[in-house]
Design a protein around this ligand. Structure first.
Ligand code: FES
Length: 315
């Protein structure tokens, strides 16, 4: 089986529990395949497991954090600013970063909700997230002055490598609804890599002024579009502006529409999309996020999959 790409591979949280239970996503020597066919990328997880058997697994920590500010921005939708430990701040600037958030009055991890990072202020160590209060996990979060934050987690979008490796090019970010929240880390990284970034936002969905303002402050150009009538405009725009990477943040249906537009121009344009799968533990353990990708069971809370393969597998 082709080695899959794990968002944690080679990082602080690797090897994880999966490597020790022969369920490693990245290393086939540490799962049921028992063959080495990875492409060496500077870290051998197998070696780490064999030689550090007695070292404890580095686990993500949960912190009780102060809520500095909370604002209702839409019906049932809150923008929350949280003071976080410095050790968390930098990692949460990664495209696709998310945290598990739990109400102060809950002990059990079953009450943790995965929430995308909207923005992180590295000078003040504050995290901004948007929480829609739809159920028992999220309703409790907005009731107290403190909240539990666990993280960092990194697989909130597919195509992290494509985003990080794109430089000195023209990029297009297309957003719909609340998926716009996790676009700030994407836009920032692309701009840091000297890309010119244009952002199209579908004006039929929810638009959060605070997100738009932050994107504008980062230096991206923002345009309002209507995805239902502007498909031709978007494909022309991609062609005329020699766009090298498109990030689509929306529902799977929206992302599929964007993929079709991009592919009508050139299937070699890099494509990254939001990960909309159900996430529960974020650690590859519970199986809630599992999908079947071309006959292979994939845990999408940790596995980076090809955006096009993924969208084609569900439509
Ligand atoms: S969310 Fe639990 S395995 Fe992915």
């Amino acid at each position: 089986m082709k080695a899959l790409s794990c968002a944690d591979s080679g990082g602080k949280y690797c090897p994880c529990h999966l490597a020790y239970s022969n369920d490693c996503i990245r290393c086939n020597m540490l799962n049921k395949n028992k063959t080495c066919d990875c492409i060496w990328q500077g870290v051998c997880i197998y070696n780490e497991v064999i030689h550090n058997k007695n070292s404890p697994i580095v686990q993500r920590q949960e912190y009780l954090c102060d809520i500095e500010d909370i604002k209702l921005v839409e019906e049932y939708t809150y923008l929350i600013k949280i003071k976080i430990p410095k050790v968390l701040s930098k990692d949460l600037r990664s495209p696709g970063a998310y945290v598990l958030v739990k109400s102060e009055n809950k002990d059990s991890e079953i009450f943790s909700a995965p929430i995308s990072v909207m923005d992180v202020d590295l000078d003040n160590n504050t995290l901004e997230v948007v929480v829609k209060t739809v159920g028992i996990k999220t309703k409790g979060i907005v009731k107290f002055d403190k909240v539990y934050i666990k993280g960092p987690y990194f697989n909130g979008l597919f195509g992290v490598k494509e985003i990080k490796s794109t430089s000195k090019s023209n990029s297009l970010v297309i957003l719909n609804g609340l998926s716009q929240v996790n676009s700030i880390n994407v836009v920032r990284r692309l701009i840091e890599n000297n890309n010119k970034v244009d952002v199209f936002i579908n004006h039929n969905g929810v638009i959060l002024d605070s997100v738009i303002q932050k994107i504008y402050n980062l230096g991206a150009n923002i345009y309002h579009i209507d995805i239902d009538v502007d498909k031709l405009f978007i494909s022309d725009y991609i062609k005329t502006n020699n766009i090298k990477l498109v990030y689509s943040g929306g529902s799977n249906h929206f992302n599929k529409d964007i993929m079709d537009i991009v592919d009508s121009v050139d299937e070699n344009i890099k494509l990254a999309v939001s990960n909309n799968n159900l996430i529960c533990c974020g650690e590859g353990i519970c199986g809630a996020c599992g999908i079947n990708l071309n006959g292979v069971k994939v845990k999408t809370c940790k596995t980076q999959v090809n955006s096009r393969e993924y969208l084609k597998s569900i439509y």
